[in-house]
Every structure is written in C-alpha cells, then in structure tokens.
Design a protein around this ligand. Structure first.
Ligand code: ZN
Length: 311
C-alpha cells in the first residue's frame, strides 16, 4: 500500500455536539486549516455550510484529492446498500436517516469519499500517526458522552455485520451496585454504567469534578477493566488505546486512572493469557491516544487518504 503523505484531504469528524472539519495531509502543522460547527438539528443546512467551508479552503490550498468522514452513528457502512453513507437510527433529533455521504458527494462529485465510524476513524489516525503505529491488531476506545470502540484486525478496520458496538457490552455487576444505568436500550451496559453522563447521574457531580477518593472511580475503573478484559479475550489486540474525557480521570488524574484500570485488568485476567504486554509491559498495552483530542479529525484525514489510495 503506497503512502501518500502529500495527498490533500478534506476531513470531517461528525460528532454529536460539533462537526470538526480540516484540510491537510496529517496532524500538527500538516493540518492547514481547521474549523468547527455546532451539530444542531438541521443536517441539510450544516452539511451545506461544511461543503462551502471545504470549497473555500480548496480555493486557498489547492484541489482536494479525497474527503474523509468519521461519523457518530449508527451508520450504514455496507457497500451497495441503498442507505450506504447514512446516519441511520440515532436518537439525535433531526439526524435520523441523514444521507451524510450523499450530501457531500453532491458538492464533491469527482473525488473519492472515505466513510467510517468516528472510532474506526480515530483508530486509523492512531495507526497512521499515533499510539498504534506499526501494529496490525489493536482497539481504540473512547469514553465520554458515550462509549465507542474501533478495531483493526489483521491490518484492516473491523466492520462485520454492521460495525462493532463494544460500548454496549453487558458486564458482571460489582457486588452491591444497584445503579440501574442510563442506556435507553440496556440500562446497565458498559456505556450505561461508565459514560460521563452515567457517572454524573450516579454521583450528582460531573466526572471532571469528582474527588479522587470518590467510590465511583473504583466502580468505573473496575467496569472499564472488565470490558477491556473481554475485548482482550475476544480480539487479542496488541494494544488498547483509551481516549475521551472520562479517562482523563477528573481530580484523580490520568496517571492514577490508568494505573487503576491496568491493575484491575491484570486482576480480571488473573494471569491466564501469557504475554509480556499483559504482565510487566502493561504500561505499554493500555495507553492514552498520542493524538489526544485530535484523534478524531486526524482519523478523518486518514480515512480520506485510504480512499484516495484505494481509488
Ligand atoms: Zn447499551
């Protein structure tokens, strides 16, 4: 697969709160322009604004070679499906059955468009420029307003039937924990127990303000470790990247948060899987994203580059 570092890409990280758009060839100073727009509840208007912004940058920096779109979901990723490129059954007002790719293709008819979930996009960005450089099998997890995860398996992003929804896995309850969870579909699935809003509902305090000795940290890190143990058993990743607001650990701090999750992950697996990554090298197995909060938009650039290569 040829590398195309100078391929100019129009990138869109379509989030539930805002759309982050960029034009560039990679992270850092390779990102030439960046802007963000509130998602709102009028997709047609927003997507016209985004297309106009990208055209404006094209006038300034030269012709875009491809677009990359990394979107909140659920999305239809099946080539050949009549709703390919749509945001499908989201509870977000105004966005059900939105033809995201089609609306942008109307403005950029002659260039390829790479499209995937926000978390698969972020995984690809971390693979190109971040914590997953050189790996063929890894998982990127984000824990914030929701929980999502993207996976690369054997060098390819994992799609399967629809796309992975690891945030909705069911977890064994900690003894004595009767918090019902907040997922409208499953109550106490992983997202229902551990997303930022779930921790807020459980404690009455936003996770960034939660004191270091609050017992909710103990529960959250226990559940997160259990989920990562399950992911480790199923996908056998070489590394797990954990991003988003919650792993910053609020007043507990990111280092202590990661240390607790690593210890509980080792306890959950109990030495069964023999690999240095799960033993003395655990600090390099479970890591924050190197691209930090730019993982999503960099991922959209990487999706555009992939589409350009595959054209
Ligand atoms: Zn759920």
């Amino acid at each position: 697969m040829a590398q195309t570092p100078d391929t100019l890409i129009g990138a869109i990280e379509a989030g539930g709160t805002k759309f982050v758009c960029a034009v560039g060839t990679g992270p850092g100073d390779r990102m030439l322009a960046r802007a963000s727009f509130p998602t709102g509840d009028r997709p047609a208007e927003l997507l016209a604004t985004v297309a106009d912004w990208l055209k404006e940058q094209e006038g300034r920096y030269g012709r875009l070679r491809a677009l990359g779109i990394a979107s909140f979901g659920p999305v239809d990723l099946q080539p050949g499906s009549s709703t390919y490129g749509f945001i499908t059954s989201t509870p977000k007002p105004g966005w059900q059955s939105t033809d995201l790719v089609g609306r942008l293709r109307a403005a950029f008819a002659d260039i390829p468009i790479g499209f995937d979930t926000d978390v698969n996009g972020a995984a690809l960005g971390e693979h190109a420029w971040g914590s997953a450089s050189g790996l063929s099998d890894f998982v990127y997890i984000t824990i914030g307003t929701g929980i999502g995860a993207g996976a690369m398996v054997g060098g390819e992003l994992l799609h399967g039937l629809v796309h992975p929804e690891m945030g909705h896995m069911l977890l064994p309850r900690a003894p004595g924990d009767d918090f019902p969870g907040i997922c409208p579909y499953h109550g106490g699935c992983w997202e229902g127990l551990c997303s930022g809003p779930a921790l807020h509902r459980r404690t009455g305090v936003p996770s960034e303000d939660l004191l270091p000795d609050h017992p909710a940290w103990g529960l959250a890190t226990r559940y997160i470790a259990a989920a990562i143990a399950n992911i480790t058993c199923i996908l056998s990743p070489q590394r797990v990247i954990l991003g988003g607001g919650v792993p910053k650990g609020g007043r507990l701090g990111e280092d202590r948060f990661f240390q607790q999750v690593r210890e509980k992950l080792q306890a959950a697996l109990n030495g069964y899987i023999t690999a240095p990554a799960l033993g003395p090298d655990i600090d390099r197995y479970l890591v924050p994203p190197l691209l930090g909060d730019h993982a999503g938009v960099c991922g959209a650039i990487a999706l555009g580059q992939k589409a350009a290569r595959e054209e």
